[in-house]
Design a binder for this molecule. Sequence first.
Ligand code: NAD
Ligand code: UFG
Length: 361
Amino acid sequence: MRILVTGGAGYIGSHTVLLLLQEGHQVSVIDNFSNSSPESLRRVASLAGRSLDAYHIDLLDAESLAQAVGEIKPEAVIHFAGLKAVGESVAQPLKYYKNNVVGTLNLLEAMNKAECRTIVFSSSATVYGESTDLPLHENTLRNATNPYGRTKLHIEEMLEELAASDSRWHIANLRYFNPVGAHESGLIGEDPQGIPNNLMPFVAQVAIGKRAEVQVFGGDYLTADGTGVRDYIHVLDLATGHLAALDYLSNSQGVHVWNLGTGAGSSVLEVIDAFARISGRPVPYRITERRPGDVAESYAHPEKARLDLGWKAERGLEQMVADMWNWQSNNPDGFPEANHQLVNAKSLQDFIRGSSPTITE
Ligand code: NAD
Ligand code: UFG
């Protein structure tokens, strides 16, 4: 299939693009590189041994977007592009509504014009808000508690209304739980800018010695060890979920919702312990106050995806941590920043097609 991937240079996008290329699909990526590096796409192309088309376009630039979508003529779109930092969304809500909601609106209009009406959307377990209806089912009441979460909720609703208005649309809302891990090559992975917001990348930076200790946000939850429990899912399992959803949509109209999680929860202390064990490095930690807005536990009821898609997560916490550590220890500073400048000097396409996985100035 000819597939357009928005946000394909990012963490989940890059792993999914790799899988799509390996499965023989023709892939075009649109990204503004606001939270990613073209280097990830170059490594993906090099790992797959196949090229892809990349467009440096912001979804907010409706005109360039429509032109590119018209040129690409995709049969389906996987839509990852979006901003995702909860704290930043509280400080700058308009930036989030504009980027995520308006960006998606522009994309849907461009798709409609190009006669492409199949989309897989990156939603999030964040749409369940502070629900205690565990495990979380697809029909658990939605109730997002911060602007980021509400952008996901508004987009889900917009997609539902679109499908109700026009039966030609094929839509999947995938609600991810907590994506972690990296490709086993150690060549692509999550590259957070500044201080990581999420637990696993923070723990990885403590293990590598970049940060002194992990602050454990709350030790008095009603969980087995008092710390928060989450459903961590390997990014490659998540990526295969997108391929399964695309397959399902090829002969199913309307809106479909699936949780992508493992169904099992791990506590903060279990994650820290697994990381210290597998990396062989000390991971000092200190229990501090709860983080506002956090829930005690969140884990998926993953059965609907298994029944409808024949998909289930295969990799456990040990594998997630081992792959995360492999990525972190091979790339202690993430993707090389120098390559951003090089891309401006060369064309994006030439850069991605370059054969060696790293460039020195
Ligand atoms: P990421 O930041 O690594 O990837 C997002 C990509 O989108 C980046 O490459 C960024 O440059 C690009 N982008 C952002 N705004 C854009 C715009 N206006 N135009 C063009 N490109 C733009 O994030 P990720 O972890 O890979 O997440 C992908 C998607 O999954 C996001 O929509 C996110 O909200 C959602 N999600 C992520 C998580 C998580 O914990 N990582 C959990 C649930 C849902
Ligand atoms: N935590 C710490 N210390 C840290 C960071 C996190 O103790 O430095 C704890 C949190 O309190 C929580 C757990 O680790 O108990 C996981 O926290 P994350 O920030 O890694 O993940 P969240 O579950 O809070 O949220 C993530 C994404 C959301 C997404 C959600 C569900 O940040 O965008 O998963 O997919 F919506």
